[in-house]
Design a protein around this ligand. Sequence first.
Ligand code: NAP
Length: 299
Amino acid sequence: MNFYIRTMKLIDGKAVSEAIKNQITDSVNQFTARGNRAPHLAAILVGNDGGSLTYVGHKVKACEQVGFKSTLLHFDDNITEEFLLNEVENLNNNNEIDGFIVQLPLPKHINADKVLLAVKPEKDVDGFHPVNVGKLTLGLPTFVSATPLGITKLLEHYNIETSGKNVVVIGRSNIVGRPASILLSNQSKTGNATVTVCHSKTQNLKEQTLRADIIIAALGKPEFLTGEMVKEGAVVIDVGTTRVADTSKKSGFSLKGDVKFDEVAPKCSYITPVPGGVGPMTVVSLLLNTLQAAQNRGN
Ligand code: NAP
């Protein structure tokens, strides 16, 4: 009988994001030393959704940490679509703002697509505008959606080879699954993979995941990916962050990933935890995009 012990490595998104934040701080210092004003990120938040308040709070705090200026525009959820579009236009025309985001979800009476389309592509540091998505598809320099960008930064940091590998992305949303699949299949350092995109209509998902060298789980279903769906030595990136009731927590909830960690981790070569994996990288990627927007301004 052959026994071997696999050494599973936990991908530490928190540590990697802190290291990148230090690099951003250095870049900001050099940028301002040349007489430029500090990069400035604005965020529009509509309503009081708990998750959105937390995410925007993290983004504002991260801006402070690296020496960016930040502005939060927080509106009631009864504002009209017209009012919001007007605010977007003001930010488009404000030369003191390098980039801005509109935190999703928006209230149902506001057409999110219309709002995201109104953001000037040069200031779209979330990378959601069709112009930026189009550039990503063509492999041109652009603002890449923060979560997929963060995933590639993690792969790069841990020297995880993607070229020629089979990657299975579970989820095809415009903000995670779809751009992640494009990035990993593009001709680039963290691309050149053979990518399969799975979704709710995929049949025999397990057949797909069992072939995967790298699995990106981004479907928002807690503990969906189980041990029997993963081959030995796979790399598993867990994007899921679902709030589930947890009376042992002061907040009353805990964050659950899309991966059944206890079962899957022992089979992996690398795996991200939730929290502390992809989440911190999303915030730092937004900072990278904002720094890029400021450098593009180059004043
Ligand atoms: P989404 O817009 O709801 O998309 C979910 C995707 O998963 C859809 O494409 C859906 O397929 C697919 N799906 C749903 N059930 C499935 C199933 N049983 N089998 C296979 N595919 C299935 O979600 P999202 O915005 O991409 O977010 C996904 C998760 O990532 C959520 O938990 C979210 O909170 C988390 N997230 C985390 C971060 C972070 O920074 N850590 C950032 C963004 C999102 P269809 O297209 O067929 O409906």
